[in-house]
Design a protein around this ligand. Structure first.
Ligand code: OAD
Length: 222
């Protein structure tokens, strides 16, 4: 299963594209690139700290819950997410493969130190490492490589599964969206769940229109 921002929409988390999407109000070039961070780490951190505050106030929804309970009943189930919000973990999903990182992780820009820090708001912006350098959010920015281990595991799952579910993603951001092509090429049946059409809607085997929080509980009830 590959999830995107649409899975968290019913928790009240804004998606990136479409009505109310973050990239409608903010420029990714100013906030989600290594160049933007080098230029103005405080501005970038203010945005991430604001998102962390929003996320701290929301709860997993019925889509996250359905996935967590399905995983407990389906050995071999693999959950890959593009979401950095931690809501799959909060719902009880274990071993989530996070190909775009995790907003609750902080990483040193110099010494490689990494730690989970769930404080909201962070006491100092930008946060500092004990080595003195600036810490960055543990997320993948535009133009950056995906975490190698997570990406390798995601690809392995995509090419070896029987059924590949794609839920709540516009499937516009690569390489993550390429997992759908990999699964299809390897012979998996591909099921899409989305409110709207995506570039993959005509290519998948089954395309279901609706809210993840409404469709997943029945789709995964077996
Ligand atoms: P998008 O905002 O691009 O797409 C969200 C998708 O969810 C859209 O296709 C919506 O139609 C769908 N959707 C919205 N509400 C839904 C609901 N309740 N049920 C089902 N579907 C719903 O988000 P992503 O595809 O996750 O990357 O975006 C991919 C990446 O682009 C993100 O991980 C992020 C962003 O820039 C990075 O930060 C690197």
């Amino acid at each position: 299963m590959l999830t995107g921002a649409g899975v968290s929409a019913e928790s009240g988390v804004p998606t990136f594209r479409g009505a109310g999407g973050l990239w409608r109000s903010f420029r990714a070039e100013d906030l989600a690139t290594a160049a933007a961070f080098a230029r103005d780490p405080r501005l970038v951190w203010e945005w991430y700290d604001w998102r962390r505050r929003q996320l701290a106030a929301v709860r997993p929804n019925t889509a996250h819950d359905a996935l967590a309970s399905f995983a407990a009943r389906a050995p071999g189930f693999t959950l890959v997410t593009q979401n950095v919000d931690g809501l799959h973990d909060a719902a009880g999903s274990a071993d989530v493969i996070k190909v775009h990182g995790d907003i609750w992780d902080l990483r040193c820009t110099r010494c490689g130190f990494a730690a989970r820090d769930t404080r909201v708001p962070l006491p100092e912006l930008p946060p500092r490492c004990t080595c003195g350098a600036t810490l960055r959010p543990g997320v993948v920015w535009f133009g950056e490589a995906l975490p190698a281990d997570a990406w390798a595991r995601a690809q392995n799952a995509a090419v070896s599964c029987g059924v590949f579910l794609v839920v709540g993603t516009s499937a516009l951001v690569y390489p993550a969206a390429g997992l759908i092509d990999m699964a299809k090429a390897a012979g998996a049946g591909v099921i899409e769940v989305n409110l709207d059409d995506t570039p993959y809607s005509a290519l998948v085997d089954v395309s279901l229109r609706g809210k993840a929080g409404e469709l997943l509980p029945s789709l995964l009830a077996c």
